[in-house]
Design a protein around this ligand. Structure first.
Ligand code: NAP
Length: 253
């Protein structure tokens, strides 16, 4: 990759699960990484682990749905590591319930973290990318964007992220900035573990049952998503923009 732009990435929701794997992978790929999460202690630890391996990283606590906190965190990364040219909007929550039992709070918090969070983070970060005439935005959607029982809020947010991503691709392309979405299927993380707990099913049984429905006959691991992020933020992916890549062990979408 030419040195004409900075190699600094921001990953939200980087304390654990998919976000932590993406942060580790981007550090291995040679990016300085800003790890952002509600859990400040965990991202500071993650950043220390990357630094101990010879990389450059900073951990910052924030709520991505707060405009002030998002803008402050982006500027802190720019100060500490250099202008961020890669943004991975990964932070997420679920508040599952059937529609008739879903509260306003369940709706607002899920839309707030996924959609508002991706919006305010991207608005804050894009100015660094457009100034550098190079950038890569990757947003985490989900197979739930296609509809999923008990997830009216989450499905709406993850489908919204797809429209948001395509619009970013139209608006930012002329500045050398691409935007793509990854829509994971079942990935073994605390998020899917919590679903198993709520259903009263041991996690191993839950994963085994899910694997039976997946063409490659296994559930995904966070690294399966990190591998695709690694490609999408690479120099060689510069002609891929506005796409939704289903990473689900089979055809979806
Ligand atoms: P996870 O293990 O629950 O991790 C999500 C991370 O996001 C947590 O560290 C969490 O912090 C952080 N977070 C939540 N709300 C935040 C906020 N307002 N501000 C900053 N950080 C916040 O989830 P995951 O399974 O890795 O999922 C990562 C992304 O992939 C999410 O967008 C999810 O919707 C998507 N996804 C996951 C799957 C799957 O099967 N796991 C499938 C499709 C899509 P705390 O720990 O402090 O709560």
């Amino acid at each position: 990759m030419p040195d004409s732009h900075s190699r600094v990435a921001i990953v939200t929701g980087a304390a654990r699960g998919i976000g932590a794997a993406i942060a580790r992978r981007l550090a291995e790929d040679g990016f300085a990484v800003g790890l952002l999460d509600l859990d400040e202690a965990a991202v500071k630890q993650g950043a220390e682990a990357i630094t101990a391996q010879g990389g450059k990283a900073v951990g910052i606590g924030l709520d991505v749905s707060s405009t002030e906190q998002a803008e402050a965190a982006v500027e802190e990364v720019a100060r500490e590591l250099g202008a961020p040219t890669v943004l991975v909007n990964n932070a997420g929550i679920t508040r599952d319930n059937m529609l008739f039992k879903m509260s306003d709070q369940d709706w607002d918090s899920v839309i707030g973290v996924h959609l508002r969070g991706s919006f305010v983070m991207t608005r804050a970060a894009q100015k660094h990318m457009t100034e550098q005439r190079w950038g890569r935005i990757v947003n985490l959607s989900s197979i739930s964007a296609l509809g999923n029982r008990g997830q009216a809020n989450y499905s709406a947010a993850k489908a919204g992220i797809q429209g948001f991503t395509k619009t970013l691709a139209f608006e930012l392309g002329k500045f050398g900035v691409t935007a793509n979405a990854i829509a994971p299927g079942f990935i073994a993380t605390d998020m899917t573990m919590a679903t198993a707990e709520r259903l009263g099913v041991p996690f191993e049984d839950f994963k085994a049952a899910a694997a039976q429905e997946i063409p490659v006959r296994r559930v995904g691991e966070p690294e399966d998503i990190a591998n695709v992020v690694s490609f999408l933020v690479s120099e060689g992916a510069g002609f891929v923009s506005g796409q939704v890549i289903y990473v689900a062990g089979g055809p979806k979408g």
